[in-house]
Design a protein around this ligand. Sequence first.
Ligand SMILES: [Zn+2]
Length: 195
Amino acid sequence: MTGEKKHPEVHVDAASPWVVDVARELLRRPGQMKTLQRDVPAPEGFGLEMIGVPVGEPIHLDLRLESVMEGVLASGTVETEVRGECSRCLEPFTEHVDVDLTELYAYPDSVTDETSEEDEVSRIVDERIDLEPAVRDAVLLELPVTPLCREDCPGPESPDPEAWAFVPAGEARETIDPRWAALQEKYGGAGSHEN
Ligand SMILES: [Zn+2]
């Protein structure tokens, strides 16, 4: 049984900076290799709740694309800057991340493709590979769920109300930020006075 397996329509946006056309140099040419160095601006979705790559931040790809029997193997490193909020002191911080990536893009009719579930492997679509999902997964895996500005962050040093402005909505915002109070007074709520 060949070519019987149906995949939902998958489209690859040829204009995306994450997409690499492998038709000419790599397709069905095991042993061929090309390097790819590229800076791609981060799209949405490259982050967790308290830490992530800001939209537009360059993500530097330094990859090797190898033609193998089953498809195209992408491997190398991904580097970028992430911005986070310390889960202890609540101060914003930035950090450099450097992650290794290894991803096989299988040919649509390869054994790997035939024997894998839809979301288990990446695939070559229209003779192109889309690096975004694999890079995003690799970056997200590297991010801590409870980020710290530094390993030994002691937590808030003073009960500075400014620091509490970074507490996510819904979490212990007992200290009302003076700016909020001012806004409340100015724009809203019963008891506000008009000038
Ligand atoms: Zn901290």
